[in-house]
Design a protein around this ligand. Sequence first.
Ligand SMILES: Cc1ncc(COP(=O)(O)O)c(C=O)c1O
Length: 427
Amino acid sequence: MQSSTSDQTACPFWNKTWVKPLLPAQMPRRVMAHLAGTGCQPDNPGMLLPCQRALFEIPDHVAYFNCAYMSPLLRSVREAGVRAVALKTRPWELTPAMFFESMETAREGFATLAGTAADNVALIPAASYGMAVAALNLPVARGQQVLLLDEEFPSTIYAWQDRAKSAGAEAVLLRRPADDDWTRVVLEAISARTAVAALPHCHWTDGGLLDLARIRTALDAVGATLALDVTQSLGALPLDLSAVRPDMMVAACYKWLLGPYSTGFLYVAPRWHQGTPLERSWISREGSEDFSRLVDYRAGFRPGARRYDVGEPSNFALLPMVTEALRQLGAWTIPAIQQTLAAYCRELLEAVEPLGFTAVPADRRAGHFLGLRRARGMSPDLALRLAAAGVYASVRGNSLRVTPHLYNNRPDLDRFVAALTAATAPG
Ligand SMILES: Cc1ncc(COP(=O)(O)O)c(C=O)c1O
């Protein structure tokens, strides 16, 4: 599908005078003004990326603000997938070496993006799989506590509730603070009883941010471990692994890593490289490269975190897609993605504040997330009403979750504000 002229030329930034919500009737003039090149005033041109919509296949009538639900594929990722699927029509070309190339290339791609070594990375199919590995291996003793955030994504909650129960420990759901200061809440909860804190970098409902470096220091002081789920942040929000030092960290690929569904990564700190995998996969064992000697059963594993790889980790159809998506993210750079998406969210918030919407304050929120709340409440079918106008966002908890990416352009932003104005109009 061809992208339109507006896609090719769209600038992601818009005139500060635009911040008042637009009536739908005003939109064409605004769009035309934009196309004529007016209203582009990036406040930090060095870090802001231009609109990348032409690299995606999103029709003009779709304003997609739902990356936290599922990102669309880049054209280049779809093409990599088409080529990769076709490989299985010619299995005689699939050499044993290719089983390892596909997984090691993806592993390396993730390691580079995350700022670690490939040896610390395992291939997993879902965040829940990685959390199950973490829950199996990080120590929890009777009477200890596992710290979790209330309303956190279930893949983390279920893994640790079960682990705490079987260990005779307590899974503590930390209450959402009225001032959105999750960092304070976690720091106050850490005690000599803490075994593990299982946390995100930002809350999946509204982007509420945690200062993981400070939390790590507090966990160190009581000898506790840190299990992270960065599915809603890695790829869009910089994470300094050397400061945060998670013990284990999971990320599913289908959101901010722009990859296909059923792929993900698990980071494992070197001190946990000798643990127990969930499966007993042959390919994770040492010497598995020699297909003729697989029945010389081996007790040892391939090096580093590879013992935790999911079965059939070579995943010929999906991993080339993952690798291409990681390459593109690296080319844009995560800091530049964050700055750009934060500019989108900031301006969108300004535009809808007159409608009574608020969000977590900017210094306590990941820039790529906007969880819009409204004291007057929101109609339960708000997301459906927006979708009817071609605008896609999610309701999560009490928030309308708005999560843009680099494919969003100015017409999208206009359409979002117009649709929200119409959907919340009295009567
Ligand atoms: C914070 C978070 N973690 C993980 C996931 C996906 O989990 P899984 O890969 O286990 O399906 C989601 C999906 O919305 C999420 O929001």
